[in-house]
Design a protein around this ligand. Structure first.
Ligand code: PRX
Length: 563
């Protein structure tokens, strides 16, 4: 069947060449060069029928990669119903569909996924399709699927469905693709027929603008399929579904971490990012994690990327401040290293400005790795808002954390303490319901915990951050609402800073003012500060060059409060 369609495709695709240029067989079918007497499309047709073995042998050898070559082209006898082609030969269809092309044109688009919503197509290259396929193949193998087994695939048309099919082919399993419009009964019948131990599905399908509960259908179907041990569930939409012990999620959700990946979170373990994403998260998932002891510029500003190359890091998770720092040293520190293993680039800790985001995306990630700007905090335990919790292909807006993670319900409070219901609005970021990873108390000070996080907006967890929700419903963190500054993603209160400043012998006392007295050209008028500290506010001198003279009043006020 496959060969019939292949041959007709060859003929069709080269016919225009013949039509225009006549009889150069090598130009329209290289392997036909050895076919005696073939100089036109019609003569090729005659040849292929009368010299069938020669024709098919040449096509098969030329167009396919064989693990072991065939010893006989065919041994067929239609009168006896004996059909044998390419006897003794061994090939893997997944290698033929993917690996061959990845060797020559890895970035060529293999799939254009025309999604339900017009205009939201997604392009998948041969390289990513191969990656997806290999990962799925390994996953299936690890869950006991072996050569000769039959895996049932109940998925809508999506890249993961293709990868699932190819993954089965890769490990020698058969696949039983069931149309995702079939009922639970029809599905169950087909699963029983195939004796599948594994079913692959998605949480929900989307068709004609309607959401279809595919996972629920599978749940019902497998009730009468005793062979099924595992149901793999990929996320086609953002809506979580009930997962049972039998169900296995198919992605890690923010970083697209997959088994065998090297996860490179460069945060120190003394901070929450190091806790959750260098230690507990990766280890709990059986992952391989990088413990980074050094700095981004030691021994030189190429350190991160040299490490990526050497350790073959797949996910890189760092802070915007380091990215901004490295950006200044220039692209060559990045480009001299091979970063082709990188799949996802993450940032955390503070808002990432557009320039840094673009550099990270374009230079570090070669415009091929999604940048996930993840928002969370020590108190939340793990990522709460990130661009791609559920859909590996979802749109990413630079500098925006965007979408809530599973189980997280963010809300914005307006100035009256009410939940803002509209989009395109800003407010205090709260989380409307609890989740397992959240802080439960402050050690030895539960009252402070409730006062800080629970009482400001009763019934909600108050994060202390301000956020903007865009017209599309995406979240962007605007910064701390409290008296805390954020340095390199580490929140530091003014008290801690004053503490350090006051350790300097030349400093008697310190406070932080909201604003400094600056001239219109941006210079700080230090004599004003000195006069305030020396309590000589009646001899401040000429203030006419100040950009905003009211700043002086603020500073005098702050200083008198300090006293
Ligand atoms: O203000 C937010 C900022 O960092 C704060 C949390 O700091 P910490 O508990 O030290 O944890 C840092 C690592 C999770 C938040 O309240 N923050 C964190 N991520 C982002 C962010 N600000 C903007 N965008 C982010 N992606």
């Amino acid at each position: 069947m496959w060969f019939v369609s292949l041959s007709s495709r060859i003929l069709r695709s080269y016919s225009h060449v013949l039509g225009r240029r006549g009889c150069n067989t090598a130009a329209f079918m290289p392997e036909a060069a050895g076919f005696e007497g073939v100089s036109s499309r019609s003569s090729l047709q005659d040849f292929s029928v009368s010299n069938s073995d020669t024709f098919w042998s040449a096509v098969a050898r030329h167009r396919l990669s064989w693990i072991s070559p065939f010893t006989a082209v065919q041994d067929c006898d239609l009168s006896q119903g004996r059909i044998k082609w390419f006897d003794g030969g061994k090939l893997n269809v997944s290698i033929n569909c993917l690996d061959r092309h990845v060797h020559t044109s890895p970035e060529r688009v293999a799939l254009i996924w025309e999604k339900d919503e017009p205009g939201s197509e997604v392009k998948i290259t041969y390289r990513s399709l191969l990656e997806m396929t290999c990962r799925l193949g390994n996953l299936l193998r690890r869950h006991g699927v072996k050569k000769g087994d039959c895996v049932t695939i109940y998925m809508p048309a999506c890249p993961l469905a293709v990868a699932s099919m190819l993954a089965c082919a890769r490990i020698g399993a058969a696949h039983n693709v069931v149309f995702a419009g079939f009922s639970a009964e029809a599905l169950s019948e087909r699963i029983r027929d195939a004796q599948s131990t594994v079913v692959i599905t998605v949480n929900q399908g989307v068709r004609g603008g309607r959401v279809i509960e595919l996972k629920k259908t599978v749940d019902t179907a497998v009730q009468s399929c005793p062979t099924v041990k595992q149901v793999f569930v990929a996320m086609r939409t953002e809506n979580p579904v009930i997962m049972t012990d039998r169900d296995v999620p198919m992605e890690e959700y923010v970083f697209s971490y997959n088994d065998g990946d090297i996860f490179g979170c460069v945060a120190d373990i003394g901070w929450i990012t190091g806790h959750s994403y260098a230690v507990y998260g990766p280890l709990a998932n059986g992952g391989t994690t990088v413990l980074f002891e050094s700095t981004p510029i030691y021994p030189d500003p190429g350190r991160y990327w040299e490490m990526v190359q050497r350790l073959k890091i797949n996910q890189f998770y760092g802070a915007p401040t380091a990215i901004r720092l490295l950006l200044k040293y220039g692209n060559h520190w990045v480009q001299k290293y091979d970063r082709s293993t990188l799949k996802t680039l993450g940032t955390v800790g503070e808002p990432i400005n557009t320039e840094a985001w673009q550099w990270y995306y374009s230079v570090v990630g070669d415009k091929r790795c999604p940048v996930v700007d993840t928002w969370w905090q020590t108190e939340t335990g793990g990522i709460c808002i990130a661009p791609r919790p559920s859909q590996p292909d979802a749109e990413i807006v630079p500098g925006m954390a965007m979408r809530p993670f599973f189980g997280i319900k963010p809300v914005l409070m307006d100035s009256e303490g009410k939940v803002a219901t509209s989009n395109n609005t800003s407010g205090a970021l709260c989380i409307a319901q609890p989740w397992p990873g959240m802080a439960r108390t402050i050690h030895n000070d539960h009252q402070r915990f409730t006062a800080t996080y629970c009482q400001p907006y009763p019934g909600y967890f108050f994060t202390g951050d301000g956020a903007y929700r865009s017209e599309e419903g995406y979240y962007q963190i605007t910064g701390r609402l409290d008296d805390v500054i954020n340095v390199s993603g580490h929140r530091i209160g003014t008290a801690e800073i004053e503490d350090v400043v006051n350790q300097c012998p030349a400093v008697a006392e310190s406070a932080f003012a909201q604003r400094l007295p600056k001239t219109r050209s941006g210079k700080i008028m230090r004599r004003v500060l000195r006069k305030v500290v020396e309590c000589e506010t009646d001899t401040l001198g000429d203030l006419s060059t100040l950009d905003d003279p009211t700043v002086v009043e603020e500073i005098i006020q702050g200083h008198s409060e300090l006293k």
